[in-house]
Design a protein around this ligand. Structure first.
Ligand SMILES: [Zn+2]
Length: 179
C-alpha cells in the first residue's frame, strides 16, 4: 500500500480534476485529505478499518460541505467539498490497488454497509515496510516510493495542468482550451 507521499499525490490529482481549481491551497488540502485515512495509525482504531471506506468519505463530504457553505459561495462549496471527499476516497482506491502483507488483507471499503475487507490483488504499489530493523529496509522503501512517483507523479501533474486549463477557460472572455 502506498506511502503518505503517494497518497498525497493521489489526493492532489483527484482534487484538481474534480474541482477544476488548481490553486495551491486546494491542492494542499486535497493532498492532506488523501493521507487522512491513515490517521487510524495514531487513533485507537483498527488500521484500514472504517477510516478506509466510502462511508468515511461521505462523512468527509458532509463535513467539508458544511464548513465551506459557511464561508463560500454555495455552487463552489459543493464542488470543492466533492473534490476534498474524493481526494479522501482516493486513499481507499490506492490501498485497494496496493500489495498488502498484513492481516486482514485489504480495506474495509464498504463500511458501514459491509464488514468485508477488500483488496484487488493487482499489487500496483509495493507495501511500505515499517520494519526498520530488518536488512534492506531502506532499499525496499526507496523502490516502493520510486514506483509510486512513477505512477502517481505524472497523473498529479496532468490533473493539475488540466484543472488549470479548465479554470482559465471559465474566466469571462477567455479562449477555449486547445485540444
Ligand atoms: Zn491507508
Amino acid at each position: 500500500m502506498p506511502s503518505p507521499i503517494g497518497h498525497a499525490l493521489g489526493g492532489m490529482a483527484v482534487g484538481a480534476l474534480v474541482s477544476g481549481r488548481p490553486g495551491w491551497r486546494l491542492a494542499a488540502v486535497c493532498a492532506v485529505a488523501g493521507t487522512l485515512p491513515d490517521l487510524d495509525f495514531v487513533l485507537p482504531l483498527q488500521h484500514r478499518g472504517p477510516t478506509h471506506s466510502v462511508g468515511a468519505a461521505v462523512l468527509v463530504f458532509a463535513g467539508a460541505a458544511v464548513l465551506l457553505a459557511l464561508r463560500a459561495r454555495r455552487d463552489e462549496s459543493w464542488r470543492t467539498a466533492a473534490a476534498v471527499a474524493l481526494a479522501y476516497a482516493s486513499h481507499v482506491l490506492l490501498d485497494w490497488l496496493g500489495a498488502d502483507s498484513s492481516t486482514p488483507r485489504g480495506v474495509l471499503a464498504l463500511w458501514p454497509v459491509s464488514d468485508v475487507f477488500y483488496v484487488s490483488g493487482l499489487d500496483l504499489f509495493n507495501a511500505v515496510d515499517r520494519r526498520y530493523w530488518t536488512p534492506g529496509f531502506w532499499t525496499r522503501n526507496a523502490l516502493a516510493l520510486a514506483r509510486e512517483l512513477l505512477i502517481l507523479g505524472p497523473l498529479a501533474a496532468i490533473s493539475v495542468s488540466a484543472g488549470r486549463r479548465v479554470r482559465s477557460y471559465q474566466r469571462p472572455g477567455a479562449a477555449p482550451p486547445r485540444a
